[in-house]
Unconditional design. Structure first.
Length: 172
């Protein structure tokens, strides 16, 4: 039976924009309503797009990469890429439209800049109030047969998706 509370908080992505993100110089995507399936050849950027979306929620993203590693790296014959990147998305929710953007510039060190509905916000905390997501990747295929620390991190993230205050309890 569907949970009415969960239904009320569901977000749908209506627009995604990437700038200088991994293999993308610029990408503007307007997915349709409903299920979206990404297809393409190996190396086409499918996982890069999923990683970009994962950075719109608290945490280090699905790859856990350092922020400086995410900037676009064009081929050696091209102009050097700027040491910065950005991801923005428009979400449709039962409460109206929500705009979330994250970005990084070399001068920021390992801190993401976050904007919610066009206003600068306080990083992870602000993201947790608006967006949460959980993912399973092929690299996690042994999650339930290997060390307990990986399981704890995954379960903490799962609880965090439903209870953003959980992160504060972990810090205590």
């Amino acid at each position: 039976m569907p949970n009415p509370a969960a239904e009320a908080e569901r977000l749908a992505i209506s627009r995604v924009t990437l700038s200088n993100f991994r293999c993308y110089d610029t990408l503007r995507l307007h997915p349709g309503a409903g299920l979206v399936i990404l297809t393409g050849a190996n190396g086409a950027g499918k996982t890069n797009l999923l990683e970009a979306l994962s950075l719109l929620s608290p945490g280090r993203g699905l790859r856990g990469a350092r922020l400086a590693e995410i900037s676009r790296h064009p081929d050696a014959s091209a102009q050097p890429a700027p040491a910065e990147w950005a991801v923005a998305a428009e979400f449709a929710s039962p409460h109206g439209a929500l705009s979330v953007g994250v970005g990084w510039a070399e001068a920021d060190g390992e801190r993401r800049a976050v904007r919610i509905n066009g206003t600068a916000a306080s990083g992870q905390t602000a993201l947790s109030e608006h967006v949460s997501m959980v993912w399973l990747t092929p690299a996690m295929d042994r999650l339930f047969v290997e060390s307990p620390s990986g399981r704890r991190r995954f379960l903490d993230r799962l609880v965090f998706a439903f209870d953003p205050a959980h992160a504060g309890r972990l810090q205590a």
